[in-house]
Structures are given as C-alpha cells and as structure tokens.
Design a protein around this ligand. Structure first.
Ligand SMILES: Cc1cc2nc3c(=O)[nH]c(=O)nc-3n(C[C@H](O)[C@H](O)[C@H](O)COP(=O)(O)OP(=O)(O)OC[C@H]3O[C@@H](n4cnc5c(N)ncnc54)[C@H](O)[C@@H]3O)c2cc1C
Length: 493
C-alpha cells in the first residue's frame, strides 16, 4: 500500500479553497501531486478502516493510466477513444445531433442506418443496454472493475396517466432487477418524476407552489408536509399571475401520481434500495422537490435515507435552498439524502428566463458555479460526518473530486464512507471514477438503459456536453490514448 504523508498546510488550504479551475494531466493540482494511494477496494468489500490523520488529505492519482484502466479491456478503450475523439470535433457532433434529431429518423432505410450507427457509437458508449437485463450485465461488469451502478430506466417525460402507468412499471421492474444483482453492486435506482406525473400537471403544481411562496395565505388544500422548496432569493418569474386552483380532474391526477411514487418508494423500502430523484428545469422543479421531500418525510427513517433529492448548484439560489431543506429535515428528525450536481439545462434555463423578460437563474460565471458546488459539498460532508443524512457527489470535475476527497479524509473517511458516494455518467470521466475508487471511495456510474429511440434525448445531451476539444472529456482522451499506446508497445491485447 503506497501512502505519503500530507502536510497539514495543504489540508488547511484545501478546506478553505473553493475556487476551481479545470485541471489537465500536465498541470496537476497541489492536491493531485500529493499522491496518496490506498489499495483499490472492490465495491462489495466493507469500507477501508479510517485513515490515520497523517494520511488524511486526498490525493487522487490520476496520472497512472496503466493502473487507472487496468480493469478495462482494450476493445472498450478503443471504442471510448473513438467516441470521445469524435465528440471533440465540433462539426462531427453537429452532424451527429442533426442526424439523430432529423426527420430522416422517421424514414425506413435511413432510420435503420442512423439507428445502427448511433447504437454502435454513442449509445454503446453512454448507455448500459436495451433493457434492464442487459443493464444488469453492464452493472456486473463495472462492479468487477471496483465500481457500482445506478440503474436508470431511460424514460423522460410523460403526458398522460397511461404513459405514467407504463413508466411506473418500468421503474418497478428496475427495482426487481437490482435485487437480482450482486449485493451492493447497485447503489441507487433512479426515478424521473416527469415520467410518472404528467408534465402539464407538474407545471401547474409548480405555479401554485410559487404563488404560495409569494403569498403565504394562499391555501393549497392538497399539499402534504414537505421541506422548504424555495428560498428568499428563488426566482418566481414563471408565475406572474395568480394561478387557478387545481380542478377536480387535476386533483385526481395528482393523487394518482402520488400513489405511483409511493408504490415505488414502498418497493424501494422493502428492497432497502435508495431511490434517487433526478432534477429537471425550473419550470417543473418546485413540484419535483415537493414530491421528493414529502416522500422523504414518509420513508426516510433512522439513519437510512431511502428518498434522495437533487440540488443543481449552477442555480444562484441552490446554497440557500439546500441550507433551508437540511435545517428543516434536522428539525423534524429525518435523515435527508442529496445528490449534488452542477446541472444539465443551462441553455433551456436562459431561454425560459428570457421569455419572461428576466436574466438567467444560473450563476453569472462558471467560477461561481464551481464555488457553489464545492461549498455545498463541504457543507454536506460536514453534516454527514455529524451523522446527518447521506450525500452523492455527481461530478466529472477533477478539482471538485479532489477537494471533496480531501475533505472526506479530513473529517475521517471511515465515519462517512457508507454515506458518501461519488458518481459519474457512464462513458464519462472514467479516470476520475477509477482514481476515486483506488483512493478507497465508493463510486457509481449512472447507467441509463432502454431502446435507442427512448434514450435519444439523453444521448443528445451527452453529445452536446462532450462537444469540442475543451470539453471535460479531454482529460480522459489523453489518458486513454496514453494507455492504448502503452498496450500497443507492450503488445497487450
Ligand atoms: C451521476 C450524475 C447525475 C446527474 N444528474 C443530474 C440531474 O438529475 N439533473 C441535472 O440537471 N444534472 C444532472 N447531472 C449533471 C449534468 O448532467 C452534467 O454532467 C454536469 O452538470 C456537468 O458538470 P460537472 O460537475 O461534471 O463539472 P464540469 O465538468 O466542470 O462541467 C462544468 C460545466 O458546467 C456548465 N456551467 C455551469 N454553470 C455555468 C456558468 N455559470 N457559466 C458557464 N458554464 C456553466 C458548463 O456547461 C460547463 O461545461 C448529473 C451528473 C452526474 C455525473
């Protein structure tokens, strides 16, 4: 086991430093240079013992490509390299996005051709398979490499009760599949509330909740106990006029949506499988938070959060909302689980705000977003070290990973290991995933499954996110190329 002593000065600097810049292999951060590797722990073994205080800052070794990718077959590395290099070429992505969205998809031979190419490239790289059984196989394989899987049934929005019922069955089946996989190889089942409650109803509920935030005397008879959804600074421009109360039909549909979510939560409670609720754009996010928090109040007990919410730290009000929700959860004595992300709907948010004549609710600079993510992460790490709640740090940002790892060690990794999960999307930032796992953390890959057509909106977001030479995938591109070169020279295939 190779370890090095980390000077206290570095630990101190990491604690207060929240400004981040993307890193690359040739300019490792101060933290990264302090390489302190614990032996790789298989995901199914118990957490490592608490490190001594001398080992207690992070140091993800992200430069040793051979070690990082030791569990990845050459064929997978070759495909990853090809896909990530293709996404680095802007015009290639533009053509790909055009082809995936185009009406060509609706036409016989062209449709088959576009689907086939998409499937062999983007889809196989970013997705876990066409159905839950195939996804299960992918989860077994990431688990053998020391990681865990978040099982994601890849449906997005539903518009009527029939669609919602169909989607619910998919989510329930996902929980069944998770039970059939090796213990603890699945860290979470993911749900999108937009798939089990009609979108129009989510918009209506969000409007009503916003109006109640403006006018506390505004009565919402259907509202159950929840945690705070807004802060003083939350944008409310989506609801300029007082909304009509829910109609009888809407109340009926709300009951149905609630029943669907409770059925899923109950199944997760019985399987002891945490349920992670994804976050969407702000038009519907208040309703999603409402569903999440009211379910958490019902099902999160003792030291075992079953329902986890998501906080998008690119939003200016994220820190305040997180603070208010955790404070309220502490007050009523429920353990709350949060996933922290930066957020995936930047351009949608700007357009929505602009259509109401307002500025974007997203931080004015990327540095502010980085600071917000790192501050929220430090805040929640302190809380879980105090025994309150659980945390998923979902990021590809190397500096955020390093800072959080340092903080986790600083507060006593052994105390929080089972309450902290790092997560990256399938096909993205594998180097960071393996680096964190090698350092003794629990790490999951977010693994969507479903037919190509179903997961197309997700694939389009991934293509856009990895577009261009400067995308976060640049770091992985370099490392994969280095490892492929090494295997070629050594004739290892
Ligand atoms: C496991 C997992 C689950 C996720 N679930 C969700 C979810 O439920 N809902 C959701 O919305 N997102 C979700 N995401 C996040 C999203 O999909 C992106 O992957 C993520 O936001 C990219 O940020 P990063 O932390 O990886 O950091 P980086 O790789 O550093 O990415 C930074 C990116 O943030 C963006 N950005 C943010 N703020 C600004 C700003 N002020 N100015 C300019 N650019 C800015 C830019 O696009 C920039 O490229 C999830 C991510 C993961 C890994």
């Amino acid at each position: 086991m190779a370890t090095r002593v980390v000077p206290q000065k570095i630990i101190k600097n990491l604690r207060y430093k929240t400004t981040t810049k993307p890193l690359n292999a040739s300019h490792p951060s101060a933290a990264a240079t302090v390489a302190s590797l614990l032996e790789k722990q298989p995901a199914t073994t118990p957490p490592p013992p608490p490190p001594s205080s001398q080992q207690s800052a992070s140091f993800l070794d992200l430069n040793d490509a051979e070690r990082l990718f030791s569990a990845v077959p050459t064929s997978t590395l070759l495909r990853s390299s090809a896909v990530l290099h293709a996404t680095a070429i802007g015009p290639v992505v533009d053509v790909g996005i055009w082809a995936m969205q185009s009406k060509l998809l609706q036409m016989g031979i062209m449709k088959d051709a576009v689907m086939a190419v998409t499937k062999r490239t983007f889809y196989e790289h970013f997705c876990a398979g066409e159905d839950a059984v195939a996804a299960g196989r992918s989860i077994r394989s990431v688990n053998e490499a020391g990681l865990r899987g978040m099982l994601v049934y890849g449906v997005e929005d539903a518009h009527d009760n029939e669609g919602c019922n169909r989607n619910l069955n998919g989510f329930l089946h996902t929980v069944d599949v998770s039970k059939s996989l090796p213990p603890s190889s699945v860290s979470f089942v993911i749900v999108k509330i937009t798939a089990i409650c009609p979108m129009a109803l989510l918009e209506r509920i969000s409007d009503l909740l916003r109006w109640q935030q403006k006018d506390s005397s505004f009565n919402l008879p259907w509202k159950q106990d929840s945690l705070p959804i807004f802060s003083e600074s939350s944008p409310l421009y989506h609801t300029p006029n007082k909304p009509e109360p829910l109609t009888q039909q809407e109340e009926h549909d709300l009951n149905l949506a609630n029943q669907r979510l409770q059925q899923l939560c109950q199944k997760c409670v019985e399987a002891n499988m945490p349920l992670l609720v994804d976050a969407e754009h702000t038009t519907v996010q208040p309703a999603i938070d409402y569903f999440t928090y009211s379910s958490a109040i019902m099902h999160n007990k003792d030291d075992n959060p079953i329902v986890f919410g998501t906080i998008q730290t690119y939003l200016k009000d994220a820190k305040e909302r997180l603070f208010l929700a955790t404070q309220a959860a502490d007050k009523i004595g429920i353990p709350m689980g949060f996933k922290l992300v930066r957020g995936a709907y930047m351009s949608t948010e700007s357009k929505i705000a602009e259509s109401f004549g307002y500025g974007s609710p997203i931080h004015d600079s990327i540095e502010d977003t980085h600071n917000c993510f790192n501050d929220c992460s430090a805040f929640l790490l302190e809380k879980i070290a105090d025994g309150k709640g659980s945390l998923v740090l979902a990021t590809h940002n190397i500096e955020s990973g390093n800072l959080a790892a340092a903080k986790a060690y600083e507060i006593g990794m052994g105390k929080v290991n089972h309450k902290l999960e790092f997560a990256q999307l399938c096909g993205m930032s594998d180097a960071l995933s393996f680096g964190l796992s090698n350092a003794g953390f629990r790490v999951s890959k977010y693994m969507p499954f479903g037919p190509v057509e179903m997961v197309m909106p997700y694939l389009l977001r991934r293509a856009e996110e990895n577009r261009g030479l400067l995308a976060a995938s640049g770091f992985d591109r370099q490392l994969i190329r280095k490892e492929l070169g090494r295997r070629l020279k050594a004739s290892i295939f």
